[in-house]
Ligand binder design. Structure first.
Ligand code: SF4
Length: 453
């Protein structure tokens, strides 16, 4: 990788888990409109592909100071009960909008800390969904687990309900880094949680790791990767720490002088990445790595990879229902996000209304450009078969010209393709098709996005 190109393209840009990206959504989502759109899209998608479910479980026992997620810190486990009842009601509201029994192909439990909930309560939660649904013949059920509190009992319950993939938040193994981010997590816990998952029958274990945290050094990250690779997680997500203390207030606890500067951060990234590539991991793109036996790698190789709010996925159902506070639904022609405040979430559910508070209806043009961005992110290639907005000839793409000039992309008026070098700059290439960002550059402050590295 050419360091000059890395420096040039290391800008704040979206991760493209949606297009248009969240800053372009608004709070004008009208309840009846959303419900009608949901019903018609559900009728189209359910029998063709099945549907996906994301359930947000927001509670955590302690605050990791780097965290930018929607979470609620508490050690009081009695909160589980009220939350489960709310999810049950929300699911019933969606079930009323469905004219057929839903075929569930994908479930992801995210957080917060889903393993904050007891094994019995996770089982109850899943029964609420599954007893009123049909499970697709090739399901993909996954959960985010905390290495400190994921027990064998959790894993057994989840495995019995069809879960085969778990993602552990590892972040960094260095004790000094763990202390400052307030996430003390001995390597022994990570080892044990990984072994337990495999013993129980999970066939894909993912580790999330972060670079750019306070006190990280090339030496410390080398060690974290050595220890990680020894455990052979099937997938690794290696994210850039986004320092946004104006939105994530706990990050104000960091002394900024302890954060690695841009050059050091780049070194951290390259150190981790080189170790992964040297040990058989493939760079799937946008921070994700996988071993060749993993389904994510296979989907990437055979061109069936998909991307949604959960990042890369092997399933493409066309309809994702988000349950729980702050969850996002994607019904193909529109996005809807639940309210982010727990109190408002409960209030909405208890008055019998879906808690969708923010969203976006896609125009024909948005749908075309979303497809181009998804194709580039997942397959490295897109064809301009536009139903709604004509070929690229109608648009001018100075960014694409520049990317082609730098050897990252080849394109004509019929297609665009990443080059070998361009594969390392996927987010930048996606940005070339982000009409919203380009047309509204003066409105959306680039600082709201994290840097490419
Ligand atoms: S990083 Fe995870 S465990 Fe830590 S506070 Fe955030 S959501 Fe909770």
């Amino acid at each position: 990788m050419d360091p000059i190109l890395i420096k040039k393209y290391n800008r704040p840009i979206p991760r493209y888990t949606s297009y248009p990206t969240v800053p372009f959504w608004n709070d004008q989502i009208e309840r009846t409109g959303w419900e009608n759109a949901f019903t018609s899209q559900f009728d189209k998608e359910n029998h063709t592909n099945g549907i996906s479910l994301y359930i947000h479980l927001p509670f955590c026992e302690s605050l990791c100071t780097y965290c930018g997620c929607n979470k609620k810190i508490t050690t009081n486990h009695s909160v589980e009960e009220a939350y489960l009842l709310a999810i049950e009601r929300e699911w019933k509201l969606y079930r009323k909008l469905m004219n057929q029994t839903p075929i569930i192909r994908e479930i992801h439990l995210g957080g917060g800390t889903p393993t904050f909930f007891s094994p019995e309560n996770l089982q109850r939660l899943l029964n609420i969904i599954l007893k009123t649904s049909i499970v697709h013949p090739s399901p993909a059920f996954s959960i985010e687990g905390h290495p400190n509190n994921t027990t064998k009992a959790h894993l057994k319950v989840l495995h019995a309900m069809g879960f085969r993939r778990i993602s552990y938040g590892v972040q960094d193994n260095d004790p000094e880094v763990q202390k400052i981010i307030n996430r003390i997590q001995p390597l022994e816990n990570v080892k044990q949680a990984t072994e337990n998952a495999r013993d129980v029958g999970f066939n894909s274990v993912n580790f999330d790791l972060i670079y750019g945290l306070p006190f990280q050094t090339v030496k410390s990250i080398e060690r974290t990767f050595r220890e990680t690779i020894a455990l052979k997680p099937d997938r690794i997500a290696f994210y850039s720490y986004a320092h946004v203390p104006w939105t994530s207030h706990s990050q104000r606890l960091f002394d900024e002088s302890h954060l690695p500067d841009a050059e050091e951060k780049l070194k951290l990234y390259l150190t981790g990445k080189e170790q992964l590539l040297a040990n058989g991991y493939a760079d799937i793109g946008m921070d994700h790595f996988a071993l060749p036996h993993d389904k994510l790698y296979m989907a990437w190789k055979n061109g069936t990879l998909h991307r949604n709010f959960m990042g890369y996925t092997t399933q493409n159902t066309g309809l994702l229902v988000g349950l729980g506070v702050s969850s996002i639904s994607d019904i193909g022609i529109a996005f809807g996000q639940n309210t982010k405040a727990l109190h408002d979430y409960y209030q909405s559910i208890h008055s019998g209304n879906l808690p969708v508070k923010k969203g976006y209806y896609l125009t024909g043009e948005d749908q075309d450009f979303r497809k181009y961005i998804l194709d580039i992110a997942c397959k490295g290639f897109t064809e301009f078969h536009s139903k709604n907005s004509g070929t690229l000839k109608r648009y001018s793409f100075p960014a694409l010209d520049e990317l082609a000039h730098d050897g990252l992309v080849e394109y004509t008026d019929r297609y665009a393709r990443l080059t070998v070098t361009g594969h390392y700059f996927i987010r930048n290439v996606c940005t070339a098709f982000d009409l919203k960002l380009r047309r509204n550059h003066s409105v959306v402050q680039p600082q709201i996005f994290s840097k490419a590295v």
